[in-house]
Each structure stands twice: as structure tokens, then as C-alpha cells.
Ligand binder design. Structure first.
Ligand SMILES: Nc1ncnc2c1ncn2[C@@H]1O[C@H](COP(=O)(O)OP(=O)(O)OP(=O)(O)O)[C@@H](O)[C@H]1O
Ligand SMILES: [Mg+2]
Length: 121
């Protein structure tokens, strides 16, 4: 699980879009703010595995406030299945979420530049 941290508007979804595109996702990449999750099939061809696909789920838990939804919306199943999970606002789904493998923190500075730090857990 890759956790994207940063304030509102820091650039988490934007970074996720580039990451998804780099993993071979084509077409429109929506912010998962309303649906909480958007799922994709990444093509790993760029990594030499022609014909192999990677299941990717992009979450935004900003509006998540009902723990029942974890079960009902199938989030538990997604996390129990192989594939890449990219998560915005992970703290809002604590303690249901598994711990992150990689944390990418984005800080929007006053001059509009972004400072990004990556931590491998
Ligand atoms: N690296 C960047 N350079 C310039 N503009 C950026 C960059 N990253 C994001 N933006 C712009 O900042 C705005 C907010 O970006 P984005 O939606 O990715 O933020 P977010 O962290 O996902 O916000 P939220 O917490 O609401 O989900 C958008 O208008 C986007 O185009
Ligand atoms: Mg976002």
C-alpha cells in the first residue's frame, strides 16, 4: 500500500494520476473523492511483462466516516486481494487500513513548489 500524505490540495491526486499513467493506465483518471475508490487495470508492459496486468485501486478516504462501509462497500475484500493500493487520507480509515509499505508526503510551499519525501516502511 502506497500512502499519499499532504494537506487539502497538496497534489496527492495529481501524483496518483502520473503514477497510474506510468503503470500503463489509459483514459480518464477521476479523483476518488466521491466514490472513495476507483479501480484500474495497469499494464506492466513497460516493465517487460507483456500480457500481464496489475490491479490498482486508488482510494480517497476523506469522506469515509462509517466503519460499516468498510465491509459493505467491499474495501476489506480489495485489501485482501493482490494488487497495488494507492491511498489518500489514510488516517480517516484508521485502524481498518493495513499499514503502508511506502509513504509519500507532499508539502505545498508558499512559492507553490512542492516538497516531496518518500519513506519506505
Ligand atoms: N506538482 C504540481 N504542480 C503544480 N500544480 C499542482 C501540482 N500538484 C497538484 N497541483 C494542482 O493543485 C491542485 C490540487 O491538486 P490535487 O487535487 O492533486 O490535490 P490533493 O492533495 O489530491 O487534494 P485533496 O486533499 O483535496 O484530495 C490542482 O489544481 C492541481 O492541478
Ligand atoms: Mg485528492
Amino acid at each position: 500500500m502506497v500512502e499519499l500524505r499532504g494537506d487539502l490540495g497538496a497534489g496527492k491526486t495529481t501524483l496518483a494520476r502520473y503514477l497510474l499513467q506510468a503503470l500503463g493506465v489509459t483514459g480518464r483518471i477521476k479523483s476518488p473523492t466521491y466514490a472513495i475508490v476507483e479501480t484500474y487495470s495497469g499494464s506492466q508492459a513497460g516493465y517487460g511483462l507483456v500480457g500481464s496486468f496489475l490491479a490498482i485501486s486508488h482510494f480517497d478516504f476523506y469522506r469515509f466516516n462509517d466503519p460499516m462501509e468498510w465491509e459493505d462497500a467491499g474495501f476489506r475484500d480489495i485489501f485482501a486481494t493482490a494488487g497495488l493500493k494507492i491511498v489518500e487520507w489514510a488516517a480517516k480509515a484508521h485502524p481498518l487500513l493495513p499499514p503502508a509499505d511506502i509513504v509519500i508526503s507532499i508539502e505545498l510551499r508558499h512559492d507553490e513548489s512542492r516538497q516531496v519525501s518518500i519513506t519506505l516502511k
